[in-house]
Design a protein around this ligand. Structure first.
Ligand code: SF4
Length: 425
């Protein structure tokens, strides 16, 4: 983390609050250059430096490679005299040009076949960084583009070097980018909602509306996210019509008024306990000490988590920064989740918040020390690293089968466990 760049390399301009109104002005600029992409970003991305810890090379997610990479390197590694890298890539069932195959793992492990015992990468050491597959070169820096429809650069929290940086950088920036000629990725429209597409401007305005709500300086990040259910319900009701800019402008005013006026109470004990029950189901049984910690709380054998004021402040600042990146990423179709709807995505985000909080509370109790950035970072690493790219987990939890109405109702429950405001039950 030592080689931070003080000056961003791109020509970034701050997107000022209120984001929605600033965005309306930026969209005016886009009407003069209709093929450019307006890219939203934060400067943590520019400051990130890979520590080559190797952790991300041993997580249970797919390390995908393109057909070009496969063609260039498969036989080279397969025929390596050491015999260590035979069949180095496994072709996917439904291969595409960009997601053609996955890195093979070492036997009985999630460790990439090229990960050495000292956690260094064989390819990186022997052939240099440029020889790495694109995902290994860029992770956790995400640069997602949908032609001129939407662009966002952001840092994924699943890398252990990322959450600390994320917590420090909350200003949203933008820049304009000319068309690249690459095939645009599919944008994640609220499926089952719009028969056509959410237009480019509507998409940017929606993201800006969410950013404004999340950036209000009242209530906690979880409450602000919860207040968005109002807009989400409006969108669900509009199905299957297209949402227009005029409707979004009205919705923005209504949502801001509503979010500003909300004076949310702590959720009833039975609702919070329901959220805690979910936590048991969401986490894999192998996380025994973490689950035991939550069970003791549930069974009232341990006190309900109660943070001191400084801890709550820290938690809320951290979760605000965490949510901000998630919102920038929202319009993108997560390549790992398969089919997951717009509303299911918001519910999933609420579940991640529940899991991050309870995991951070476990680290806090284990060390008997006040909640710290380090504990929060560890929690995000665990949850984002373990669960943010797992289609099988989403399916097992049946998140992908929920209706919009159910997703939004359940989102309320997931957000009820809010350590940023919570006093002892
Ligand atoms: S190829 Fe190297 S950088 Fe990529 S996952 Fe494997 S060990 Fe890690």
């Amino acid at each position: 983390m030592s080689s931070e760049t003080d000056q961003p390399s791109k020509n970034l301009s701050p997107l000022n609050k209120p984001y929605f109104l600033s965005m309306q002005q930026r969209l005016e600029q886009l009407t003069h250059a209709p093929v450019d992409t307006l890219v939203l970003t934060t400067t943590d991305l520019e400051r990130f430096k890979c520590s080559q810890c190797g952790v991300c090379c041993a997580l249970p997610w797919n390390i995908h490679i393109s057909k070009d990479y496969y063609d260039q390197w498969y036989h080279h590694f397969h025929q390596d005299p050491s015999g260590r890298f035979q069949r180095p890539f496994e072709q996917r069932q439904n291969p595409s040009q960009d997601d053609f195959a996955d890195m093979r793992r070492q036997d009985n492990s999630f460790r990439c076949i090229f990960l050495e015992p000292d956690n260094r990468c064989y390819i990186h050491i022997n052939y240099g960084e440029d020889a790495l597959p694109s995902v290994c070169r860029t992770y956790p820096r995400m640069t997602l583009r949908h032609g001129s429809h939407y662009g966002a650069d952001y840092l994924l929290g699943s890398c252990q070097s990322a959450p600390g940086l994320i917590a420090e950088h909350n200003q949203v920036y933008y820049y304009f980018e000319p068309p690249s000629g690459d095939t645009p990725l599919p944008i994640h429209y609220p499926n089952n909602l719009f028969p056509g597409e959410l237009g480019r401007n509507e998409n940017y305005l929606w993201v800006s509306l969410v950013l404004d709500v999340l950036s209000l300086d009242i209530n906690t990040p979880l409450q602000r996210l919860g207040s968005l259910i109002h807009s989400l319900e409006y969108i669900a009701l509009k199905t299957p019509e297209k949402i227009t800019q005029a409707q979004l402008k009205l919705l923005y005013r209504e949502q801001m008024q509503r979010s500003n006026q909300l004076n949310l109470e702590i959720a009833p004990e039975n609702v919070q306990k329901k959220a805690l029950e979910w936590f048991f189901q969401l986490m894999e049984p192998s996380f025994t000490p973490l689950l035991d910690h939550a069970r003791r709380i549930y069974l009232e054998q341990a006190p309900w988590p109660s943070l001191a004021e400084e801890e709550r402040l820290l938690l809320n600042q951290f979760l605000h920064a965490f949510l901000l990146r998630k919102v920038l990423a929202m319009p993108n179709k997560n390549p790992f989740y398969g089919e997951i709807s717009f509303f299911q995505k918001f519910f999933l985000l609420s579940l991640h918040l529940l899991m991050v909080q309870m995991t951070a509370d476990y680290y806090r109790s284990r060390t008997q020390s006040p909640l710290s950035i380090k504990q929060l970072s560890q929690a995000v690493n665990l949850i984002d690293g373990r669960y943010s790219q797992r289609c099988d987990w989403v399916q097992k939890q049946r998140i992908n089968t929920l209706s919009p109405e159910d997703s939004l109702a359940l989102m309320q429950t997931a957000l009820s466990l809010n350590l940023g405001m919570m006093q002892a039950l």
